[in-house]
Design a protein. Structure first.
Length: 410
């Protein structure tokens, strides 16, 4: 049941987390492949090997596979910038690899393992290149990974292999090590690029919010700044007039009334202007929202198909309400789905109703329809005699449907 729970949690995770999880699992799977190859080699050589020789091979293989798991994890974290470079760990890992190879060669020399067919040192040399390639710079990694490859050649020569055989084995081992290191480093590089893209996308969203806040603040400053300054000056003048005392009190009172009347007028004008600014900020133009939705979704790598032939001639209130539906639906696609396609369809339905449908794949949250944003949309549409419904299926498809009545108050 634990494995099923892990699988379900990985399916509900974000796209980046799933890619990270699958990439790490694939890299660790190579450690399992190393263990399988060593076991296969031991089984193949069992008849020609001594029991204690098989024990040595099994101990060396177990220790090296366990060390590979630890070294690969630390190297991947270091490459992604999530941890320091494990120099000491890699030094110990390389020393363990060389020591294991030496133990196997000695066992072969004394007859514990067959000299002709044992390939365990080759496996150790090939798989030891993986964490080295991920954690170290390329040139330094090549030098470190070359040590086990050279050890394979020296061990073969010490056991009496011919020069041609030594060259062939060393070349094959070197090719395998280069391939293994390149595969691991490429996988880690792809994962790092995805992490950076995700960070850039989050930064872009924050900048967009900050820019909108600056625009709104600038508009409020332009509209209210001058009027508030005048109100402050008029109020200060009224206070000074009040402090003059009873001399000419009737004239002073008239001046105070005139100043405060002016303050009242400016305050009412400021209130009306502020309402206009807020109304313009809160209004959502349907055509602008559809174009913005297409641009935002396609910038996020989501194919967007829009059918808006029924948008012409709609009342302003209906367009504003549906524009808010498009805005909130687009936000939900970006935040709550790993979608690669989204469709927006606007059509008229008899009698006198217009229907907007947003549908996307890759939905992660089954309770998406319970959000506060959608609750606000339902209130907006209810004021126009409309409704908002959501539907999701097991395949990850999510549909947002808004229906508005065109007659009456609309």
């Amino acid at each position: 049941m634990r494995w099923f729970g892990w699988w379900e949690s990985s399916r509900r995770a974000s796209q980046l987390k799933r890619v990270h999880l699958y990439t790490a699992a694939s890299l660790y799977a190579f450690c399992a492949a190393e263990a399988a190859l060593i076991v296969f080699g031991m089984a193949r050589d069992a008849e020609e090997s001594a029991v204690w020789g098989l024990a040595v091979a099994g101990l060396v293989g177990t220790a090296h596979v366990a060390a590979s798991v630890v070294a690969n994890g630390a190297a991947l974290r270091a490459y992604l910038g999530a941890g320091p470079r494990p120099d000491r760990l890699l030094l110990g890992y390389t020393a363990l690899t060389l020591a294991g190879m030496a133990a196997v060669f000695v066992t072969m020399a004394v007859g514990g393992l067959p000299k002709e067919s044992s390939t365990i040192p080759v496996y150790l040399a090939v798989y030891s290149a993986a964490p080295v390639a991920m954690a170290l710079p390329i040139r330094q990694g090549l030098r470190v990974a070359a040590l086990p490859v050279v050890a394979v050649g020296l061990g073969g020569a010490a056991l009496g292999a011919t020069a041609v055989a030594v060259v062939i084995v060393v070349a094959a081992t070197a090719a395998g090590a280069v391939l293994m290191g390149a595969l691991h480093r490429t996988s880690a590089w792809t994962l790092r690029v995805m992490h950076r893209l995700d960070a850039a996308r989050e930064t872009e969203a924050r900048l967009a919010v900050a820019e909108e806040r600056l625009r709104f603040g600038r508009d409020l400053h332009d509209v209210l700044g001058r009027n508030l300054s005048v109100i402050a000056l008029k109020s200060e003048l009224a206070v000074r007039l009040a402090r003059r005392g009873p001399a000419g009190s009737e004239a002073v009172a008239d001046q105070m009334v005139a100043q405060m009347t002016e303050v009242q007028r400016i305050a009412r004008e400021s209130q009306a202007e502020m309402r206009e600014v807020v109304r313009g900020y809160r209004a959502a133009d349907l055509h602008a929202e559809l174009a913005g939705a297409r641009g935002v979704l396609e910038a996020a790598g989501i194919s967007c198909h829009i059918e808006d032939s029924a948008s012409s001639g709609l009342p302003a209130q209906v367009q504003s309400a549906l524009g808010w539906v498009v805005r909130e639906g687009t936000t939900n696609v970006l935040r709550h789905a790993d979608a690669d396609r989204c469709a927006v369809r606007l059509r008229r339905s008899a009698p006198g109703r217009v229907v907007l449908v947003m549908e996307n794949n890759g939905a992660r949250s089954p309770a998406l329809g319970a959000g506060s944003g959608l609750a606000g949309l339902r209130e907006r549409l209810a004021a126009l005699g409309g409704s908002l419904t959501t539907a999701a299926d097991a395949g990850g498809s999510f549909r947002l449907t808004a229906e508005v009545r065109l007659g009456g108050d609309a």
